[in-house]
Design a protein around this ligand. Structure first.
Ligand code: NAD
Length: 480
């Protein structure tokens, strides 16, 4: 039971959102929501079970019959309504992301705004996507694939929900969304916002619960045609394997170990700050984080000095403070995971240039780690191969451009990459040889119409813009 003092601040969530209404959970298990800056309980959420999930799937299946037949114009209108409704809650969504997840406020706002943008981007993508094409006596239409299960990770809750929902709605699919159980407070604010968009009942349904319960039911249920998932490789593999029994279509957005190649003609005063932004995105808890910095041996000392200089900006502390660049890790488990990798890096012989083990001084209560940069890293070390999902950067030296490309591609992952250099033609040539779903040149930048997704273990399929919508469509040919 909450103490009296807790009662004022502990938020309680006992409902799911099914068929256009907040309904009491059938599942009875209760999970605490812990604030990562101080380890205190700030919420209690009742987790859904298989029955809640089946209830939501049934609502989505019923709604699919009419929603799948809506005209493009109608879906464009729904996307505009969603855009408007979520735009109205940007401040609330940012605040709850900072509180529940510990995202630094400047980045949390960006994530929420990117979520809002996803609806506008889907609107544009849908406008440009021909859903019907004919030639001779053949007509090809792109039809919504069916009820979709959307399963998301905890590190950018608002963005993932909006992105997946926008694409599904654009395609004419109805959905059951299972957000990370660690994002329940954020999800509640988001569902309130989505509810205000007044979509037809049953088009989107949200069940909060564990992956092994709610997520697994979505994956196994024959009434769900498609799973769009963002999360770890291990769970992605399970979804592909278990979904095969009901021939699920899958989009899997998984992990990364993204390289940033600093070419030897790069202007380091710009390239290194950009590389650090990429490395410490979302306190390092970002799938796209550029956690391997490939530096030319000929300029290694300069690179190290520029990193030391640049890292002074990476202050750690209260994520609500707009001057703070790195917040806490999301949980005790994530804190321990990051610390274990820092220890492993030291054991394997990498040298700590900045940061190191343990909590930063004065931040002993929360899940704070020191933003850490390792040098003398070899690409076969654990810290260069495995996704840490925390603020840990590995600097790897290379001799030639070819070697840089080889090291960059020597990874099981292929989600995101960056190339920094002054000669743009050369930077483009290097970019064209990287095995990654996205490569940015000279800066972290985004285009919501450009596809997002990974090569190799970084996933299957793409999101964003028309690519994201196509992932919820099935081509059908009618021949006379
Ligand atoms: P996770 O795989 O542990 O959980 C993701 C979601 O899957 C959660 O909602 C969880 O409840 C659910 N889940 C767990 N077991 C399940 C099961 N058996 N069946 C169905 N669903 C299940 O990942 P996480 O720790 O929440 O997120 C971190 C990971 O996500 C990192 O690897 C990161 O790289 C990845 N990620 C990828 C992208 C991308 O766009 N590629 C974006 C963000 C995060």
């Amino acid at each position: 039971m909450p103490t009296v003092a807790e009662k004022d601040t502990v938020k309680t969530i006992r409902t799911h959102y099914i068929d256009g209404a907040f309904v009491e959970s059938h599942g009875r298990e209760v999970m605490d929501v812990i604030k990562p800056t101080n380890g205190k309980v700030i919420g209690r959420v009742t987790l859904g079970d298989e029955e809640d999930t089946r209830h939501a799937i049934a609502a989505a299946k019923y709604a699919f019959a009419s929603f799948s037949r809506t005209a493009k114009e109608e879906r464009l209108r729904y996307l505009r309504q969603l855009h408007e409704a979520v735009s109205a809650r940007i401040d609330d969504l940012t605040a709850i992301m900072v509180e529940e997840y510990g995202g630094v406020v400047r980045f949390a706002r960006l994530i929420v705004e990117s979520g809002v943008t996803a609806f506008a981007a889907a609107e544009k993508g849908l406008q440009e996507l021909p859903l019907r094409q004919s030639w001779g006596k053949t007509t090809v239409t792109l039809e919504p694939v069916g009820v979709a299960g959307l399963i998301t990770a905890w590190n950018a809750n608002a963005l993932f929900i909006c992105l997946k929902l926008a694409s599904a709605v654009a395609a004419g699919c109805t959905v059951v969304l299972k957000p990370s159980e660690m994002s329940s407070l954020q999800t509640r604010v988001m569902v309130e916002a989505l509810n205000a968009a007044e979509l037809p009942k049953g088009v989107f349904n949200v069940v909060t619960g564990l992956g092994t319960v709610v997520g697994a039911e979505l994956v196994r249920n024959p009434d769900v045609a498609k799973i769009s998932f963002t999360g770890s490789v291990a769970v992605g593999e399970a979804i592909m394997r278990d979904g095969a029994a009901t021939m699920k279509r899958v989009t899997l957005e998984l992990g990364g170990k993204s390289p940033t190649i600093v070419l030897d003609d790069a202007a380091l005063d710009k390239a290194i700050p950009s590389a650090l932004i990429l490395a410490f995105l979302n306190s390092g808890q970002a799938c796209a984080a550029g956690t391997r910095l490939l530096a030319p041996k000929s300029r290694l000392d300069e690179v190290k000095r520029a990193i030391q200089e640049g890292m002074r900006a990476y202050t750690v502390g209260d994520p609500a403070d707009p001057n703070i660049m790195v917040g806490p890790m999301v949980s005790q488990k994530q804190y321990e995971r990051v610390e274990s990798y820092i220890r492993k890096g030291i054991e394997e012989g990498a040298e700590v240039l900045v940061g190191g083990e343990g909590r930063p001084k004065g931040l002993e209560a929360g899940y704070f780690v020191k933003p850490t940069v390792f040098v003398n890293v070899k690409n076969d070390m654990t810290i260069a191969q495995e996704e840490i999902f925390g603020p840990v950067l590995s600097v790897i030296a290379y001799d030639s451009e070819d070697e840089a490309i080889r090291i960059a591609n020597d990874s099981k992952y292929g989600l995101h990459s960056a190339v920094m250099g002054t000669d743009l033609d050369r930077a483009r040539r290097v970019a064209s040889q990287l095995r990654a779903g996205r490569v940015v040149i000279n800066n972290m930048t985004d285009d919501p119409q450009a596809p997002w997704g990974g090569f190799k273990y970084s996933g299957v399929g793409r999101e964003y813009g028309k690519y994201g919508i196509e992932a919820f469509l099935e081509p059908k040919a009618i021949l006379e």
